[in-house]
Structure formats: structure tokens, C-alpha cells
Design a protein around this ligand. Sequence first.
Ligand SMILES: Nc1ncnc2c1ncn2[C@@H]1O[C@H](COP(=O)(O)OP(=O)(O)OP(=O)(O)O)[C@@H](O)[C@H]1O
Ligand SMILES: C[C@@](O)(CCOP(=O)(O)O)CC(=O)O
Length: 446
Amino acid sequence: MPEHKKSSVVSAPGKVLLAGGYIVLDREYSGLVFGLSARINVVSHPIQSTKGVHLTEIVVESPQFDDDSWVYGYTPVEGQGGVKVTQLDPGNKPFKPNHFVETTLNYVLSYIVSLPPKPTFTAITPAKFTILADNDYYSTSSSSSSPSARHRFRHLGQTISKANKTGLGSSAALVTSLTGCLLSHYLPLSVFNLSTPSGRQTLHNLSQAAHCAAQGKIGSGFDVASAVYGSCIYRRFSPSLLSSLPTPGTKGFGKAVVETVHSPNWDQEINKEETDLAGGYKIRMVDVTGGTATVSMVKLVNAWREKNRSEADELFSSVETKMKVLAQALKQGDEPAVKQAMGEVRKLMKTMGEQSGAEIEPDSQTKMLDELEGLEGVVGSVVPGAGGYDAAALVIRDDEVTVERVKKFLEEYSRREGVKARLLDVLGEVEGARLEGWDGTRWEEL
Ligand SMILES: Nc1ncnc2c1ncn2[C@@H]1O[C@H](COP(=O)(O)OP(=O)(O)OP(=O)(O)O)[C@@H](O)[C@H]1O
Ligand SMILES: C[C@@](O)(CCOP(=O)(O)O)CC(=O)O
């Protein structure tokens, strides 16, 4: 583990889009997203070269998963192309790429070496980056109260591709925390400081660029926005900002990344003032061990909207109106208003699903959420984001009795319906990406 003075630790939260799925893809509409207490942390460690050996290696490891570490060589690219990393064959193990990690390295290292006043390839030195994800990002067969589950960064006993995601936005939290850690590790505080508004803006723009490239599509970016800024009402950036970046490893890539990240044309809106959760309430998530194919659902909703423009636009506007009412009610702790607004958002999203053919609130989720809403202390529920079988979101009263009641209900419901529904430990949280302090053993728990 690293000597703390030479290490940086950056964490970024997961997300829950409480209201605004699909509509937030269009800049006309905004969505309400909360950050989550489940964070992905990235810890940097310099690698000392032994005398006479010239290393140009960057290692990224995710020790909670079987065999998941990736070794990259890095080389400068001529013609202001920045840096290109190439994954090195581990020899003794199967060769497994991690597209999100590799793309982030290409974008962030290229940005760092291409910063004005002049390109400095020597800014990059060999280093290792360790990814530590809070447990709630993945479903497991063990219950959350078992001893191994209490470990902060549990070993999952499988590879990343086999792990069952709960839908809390692991790739956005990973790309954002890795971007923040690379910037903090390689750049002096005078050039990149995560705690300043301009540092956050750089982190946001660069993480959006890397995440879109890794995903192979330009989504709304609400997940990266909340990983950087935490809870907010989010209006997306114009997709044209990222549509003409060259490919990593080609001439002009590094220069283009710097120009794009520093462009004055970024037009996302992050409204944090109207997003808060009053004391006495908590946002909790219920995992149903499913997962959702967001891309095909978005295609169905878009196709329906194309054909039924005025009906769809009316529905989209109603979702946005109710989203704003919900944000205000949550901030004020107005329980009846939260209940009503969540109920209305649910109904509208159910209708969007029925009209478009996308399973936004599948009937099995409807049944579970209706029953949950009947419990004392459960204020409201929604299928967040794209909906489907990702973890559902609840607003509940913040007391032990309610939590126990919900847990007991989910046990009984799982037995009765033959499903695995459980309350995740994760809570809604307002804060975004942050530099973590070094406190000795905290990052050595694995
Ligand atoms: N702990 C981790 N260590 C290394 N890579 C990770 C980790 N978590 C996520 N990733 C990367 O992110 C990818 C998962 O991204 P994907 O977009 O499929 O899921 P997601 O962002 O969690 O989805 P959702 O938004 O539905 O929660 C993994 O294949 C891997 O490349
Ligand atoms: C459908 C969409 O609006 C939300 C997807 O949310 P999630 O990944 O299911 O949390 C897509 C997007 O905003 O990029």
C-alpha cells in the first residue's frame, strides 16, 4: 500500500435518477438525480523504478474481483496526439480488456500531457491505481447482514463481467473517480484542484468525454454529473460538444481533448439549490437482482415519441412538472406532497412504458412497490432511471422501526413470490466527488 504523501485518493458517488428517466436525454427537459452513499474510490501509488530500469507502465487493479488487474504501456503520439496506452499481455493469465479503464487513461493522460503552455510527456510517471467499490454496486447471494458482507470492500469471488450490477452507476462513478485521481496524482494543485469550481468543471467535462467514448454513445450524462456534483436537478449538455473528437492515438487528439474540456460552450445546468432531503427521511434502494437493458428501452421510447409527438411531449412535460414538485417536497420534508408526487411520477412512467412497449415499470415491480407503499413509514416509491429490473427507490421515514419493517416485508415477499428482493445499505447522499483523506488503514481493508 502507498506512502500517503505520494498518494491521492478520490471517490465519487453512485446515482439514482428519482424522476426524469428518458426525458432527460432531451435538453428541453431536466431530471432529479440524487448521489448515493455507495462510492467508488481510486487510490494512486507511485511505482519506483529500480536503478537502470526504465519503466513506462501504468497498472490499474480492482482487487475485489477475480484476476482483475490491467497493465498498460504508454507512449506519446506525434502531432499533438497526446498519449496512447496499450494493454500488455499478462502472460500467465487470460487477457481481459477493461474498456472503461483504458478509455479513461487515453483521455486523461492525453489531457495532462497536452495542457498549455507546452506538451510535457514527462508529466506521466509509472503508477498503480487501485479501485475500491462499496458493496452495494453488486448483488450477491449472501444477505447484507452476513459477516463477509460487513467488510467495507467485499471480495466478490468472480470477474467483473460476471458480477450482477444493481444499477447504481458503477461505470460513471469509476470513470469520474479514476479521472479525478489521475488528475490529482499527476498535476500540481495550482493546475487541478478538485475542491474549486474550475477543478470540478474540468473533472465534469473530461469525465463526460471519457465516459461517452467508453460507452460508445452520448447519453444524457446525468450519472457523470451526479458523480461529480452529487444531487442536483440536471439539464444535459449539448451532444454536439463531443461529436467531433478524434480517436485516441491519432494526430491532434490531445490538443482536441484540451480544447473540448476548456470550451466555453458547455451548457449543462446543475441546480443544487433545489435538491436536498429534509431531516427525518431517507432514500433507500431495493435490489431485485435483475438489471435493465437501457439501450433497447431508450430505442423503444424514442420510436414511440417520433410517431406520437404531441402525446409524448405532453407526457414528458408532465413528468418534468411532477419532478420539480417532488424536488421541492423532498427539500421541505412535506410527506403528503412527496407521497403524491412520487405516485404521480410512477403513474406517468408506467404509462410511458405501456405506450412505448418498454418495460419501464414491469408488473412485478408494480406489485412489489404497491405493497411496499402500504407499509407504515414508507412514503413513496419509484422505478428510477430507465426503470425495468434495476434497484427500485423508496423514500422512507428515517427510523429503525421502518427499516426493520421494510426488511421483514422483503424477506416475506421474496419467499412468497420466489424472488430475491433486499434492502440495500446505500442511502441518498448530496455530496459529489471528493478528495479523501489518508487515514492509514482505511484503504487496506481487503
Ligand atoms: N469496480 C470496478 N472496477 C473496474 N471496472 C469497473 C468497476 N465497476 C465498473 N467497472 C467498469 O464499468 C463497466 C460497467 O459499466 P456499465 O455501463 O455496463 O454499468 P453501470 O454503469 O454500472 O450501469 P448502470 O448505470 O445501469 O448502473 C464494467 O464492465 C467495467 O468496465
Ligand atoms: C433512460 C435514461 O434517461 C436514464 C437511464 O438511467 P439508469 O442508467 O437506468 O439509471 C438514459 C440517460 O439519461 O442517459
